[in-house]
Ligand binder design. Structure first.
Ligand SMILES: Cc1ncc(COP(=O)(O)O)c(C=O)c1O
Length: 361
């Protein structure tokens, strides 16, 4: 017997989503971002599925890349934050991990170490996010130093990252694109800027490599509905089952802190899933769930292992019925908004206790 709370992973949806990314950016190579355990989905199974369909993979750090190599993934893997210790560059050279060079310290280390073979470098330019990368006026010098280092393969990729591409009305993305284009003009090399919102909403950001993560998992990062996001299909569907039913009288409350009180005779179903399974504790009363395909809403605070939902309007509901928390038929973003967060955080925080069940279709 197993705990009913589970995350079903639809690998056919994953394949469909990367094909959609390919169709939207046909001139670009695809770097599929699988960091943070593939946004909580399970890095190895996701990388195995994407490897034949992507041109490279990207992770946040060398440990994540080594996990993929140990599982037999042979594709090039970009370390998006480069390296944190000098030893890592030797491993990167041996394992064909590509390095983002984001700052002066990394550049110095890369110049000083003696590598067995040169590494592929992506030079990060800070075009306005001010998190990682060289200031535009320092980029040319960094580029020249990389070009003259025997540790670096000749073809350097120039890259940047957007701060606000999810907001199609923000001016910041165009400003970043202008800075990027101006900075790259004098620096020969392939270019990369687009994350998922860039790929979906900013065609002029596609350049030579796109770097989608979130959209591959079937979710739209865009703040508004967009045609290019309609075709995405959720990879993860989180579900569990009803384990108890209660009749509650008007004036009676439900759950920790008594935050939900019945206004009418109500039927409350207890579902065995909680924040210990990755369902957000901050989901508010009224957050939607699907019971047998019909909408119902959260009633009372999320516990570690259980939630309570109002099924007064669904008289046929019984113990053992399935409840979907997000995924098929219920967009992750809608649930995330009810918890004051984004879908990225919800899947990424999915704990190991929640079984991932892989389905091919
Ligand atoms: C440098 C870089 N590129 C691409 C991505 C993928 O972004 P998204 O998941 O929005 O597609 C990330 C994710 O944070 C990133 O840090």
């Amino acid at each position: 017997m197993a705990r009913p709370a589970k995350a079903r992973l639809n690998l056919e949806a994953l394949r469909h989503n990367i094909a959609h990314a390919r169709a939207l950016a046909p001139q670009s190579k695809i770097m599929a971002v699988v960091k943070a355990n593939a946004y909580g989905h399970g890095a190895v199974v996701i990388a195995q599925t994407l490897q034949p369909l992507a041109d490279a993979l990207a992770v946040a750090c060398i440990d994540e890349a080594l996990e993929l190599r140990a599982a037999g993934i042979s594709a090039p893997i970009l370390l998006l934050e480069g390296f944190f210790e000098a030893d890592e560059v030797h491993i990167a050279a041996a394992e064909n991990f590509w390095l983002c060079i984001d700052n002066e310290w990394q550049l110095n280390v890369l110049e000083q170490e003696k590598l067995q073979q040169p590494v592929q470098v992506w030079l990060k330019i800070d075009t306005g996010m001010h998190r990682l990368g060289f200031a535009p006026e320092l980029s040319s010098d960094a580029y020249k130093r990389l070009k003259s280092s025997a540790n670096v393969l000749d073809e350097i990729v120039l890259c940047t990252h957007f701060a606000s591409a999810d907001d199609l009305l923000s001016d910041q993305t165009q400003e970043q694109l202008d800075v990027f284009n101006n900075t790259c003009e004098a620096l020969p090399g392939l270019r990369s800027a687009a994350n998922s919102p860039g790929l979906l909403g900013w065609p002029e950001s596609h350049f030579d490599w796109v770097r989608p993560g979130y959209m591959l998992y079937g979710n739209s990062p865009l703040a508004i509905q967009h045609d290019n996001a309609q075709a995405l299909r959720p990879v993860m569907t989180l579900s569990s089952t009803i384990i108890s039913l209660h009749e509650v009288k008007p004036g009676e409350s439900v759950g920790y802190g008594a935050t939900w009180t019945a206004q009418q005779p109500s039927r409350i179903a207890t579902v065995t899933i909680g924040y210990g399974d990755g369902y957000p504790r901050l989901a508010r009363n009224g957050t939607p769930v699907l019971v047998n395909g019909q909408r119902a809403s959260l009633a009372g605070r999320v516990s570690m292992d259980m939630i309570t939902i109002d099924v007064t309007h669904l008289p046929d509901v019984k113990i053992g019925d399935e409840v979907i928390l997000w995924g098929d038929g219920l967009p992750l973003a809608e649930v995330a908004a009810c918890a004051g967060t984004i879908g990225y955080e919800l899947t990424t925080r999915m704990p190991a206790r929640t079984r991932r069940l892989v389905s091919k279709a």
